[in-house]
Design a protein around this ligand. Structure first.
Ligand code: ATP
Length: 218
């Protein structure tokens, strides 16, 4: 079966941790497509620091060097909050019946899954691939119960079935977050080492996240 990986996020901004996740997924799952799905106003978090069109511009710059990755901006066009289940339904409708879909997320996002709208239905629409992340909290009980029924260690299951598997992709975690990037930038400190160079150039050129130029001595 063909396998499409969807990597959803706010990407505020996209950073090298996101690209490492995408590379790892592409290499390990050998997916046919990997799509970055950018969220407009995630229901469970505060207002992003950059405007949607700025986050999208940065994501496109980051992906420009990776022709194997795609960007999907459908959530930016939809009114209301960005519910993953609605996007997955739409993506599923566009796919062949015999194609499999895997939703990619970090351990921190996975631990918060029970707060998502119609979260159990996500496994009817596709699989989940979970990547390790520094500082992730323990999974809540509802999730552990679900994982008991759906977890697989067999990567082949993601192609053999259309949906319903949870696969933990063991990798060396990359300790980068957008929160850290925004904090550094707002203090006038460089976040260049955490970002694709084109994204760092965009942030400084547009004065995002409170950038007013480097603070002396930083
Ligand atoms: P913030 O710090 O603002 O919460 P973030 O760095 O977590 O942002 P998001 O755009 O919110 O970035 O994350 C999108 C997805 O990428 C989530 O599933 C998140 O868990 C995952 N992710 C982000 N950074 C990493 C990382 N370094 N390692 C593994 N997964 C990551």
């Amino acid at each position: 079966m063909k396998l499409t990986a969807i990597f959803g996020g706010t990407f505020d901004p996209v950073h090298l941790g996101h690209l490492a996740v995408a590379e790892e997924v592409r290499a390990r799952l050998a997916c046919d497509r990997l799509v970055f799905l950018i969220a407009k106003s995630p229901p469970l978090r505060g207002v992003p620091g950059a405007r949607p069109e700025q986050r999208l511009a940065m994501l496109k710059l980051a992906v420009a060097a990776h022709p194997e990755f795609e960007v999907d901006a459908r959530e930016l066009e939809r009114s209301g909050p960005s519910y993953t289940v609605l996007s997955l339904e739409a993506l599923r409708d566009e796919m062949d019946d015999d194609a499999a879909l895997v939703w990619v997320l970090g351990q921190d996002a996975y631990a918060g899954l029970p707060g998502w709208l119609r979260w159990r239905e996500l496994l009817e629409l596709g699989h989940l691939a979970v990547l390790e992340r520094h500082g992730a909290v323990e999974d809540p009980k509802a999730l552990r119960d679900l994982a008991r029924m759906h977890a697989t260690n067999n990567i082949e299951d993601l192609r053999a079935k259309r949906s319903g598997c949870i696969y933990h992709l063991r990798q060396a975690p990359v300790d980068i977050s957008a929160t850290e990037v925004r904090a550094l930038v707002s203090q006038g400190r460089s976040a260049e080492h955490l970002l694709p160079s084109s994204v760092w150039a965009y942030i400084t050129a547009n004065g995002l996240y409170g950038w007013h130029g480097a603070e002396p001595g930083s």
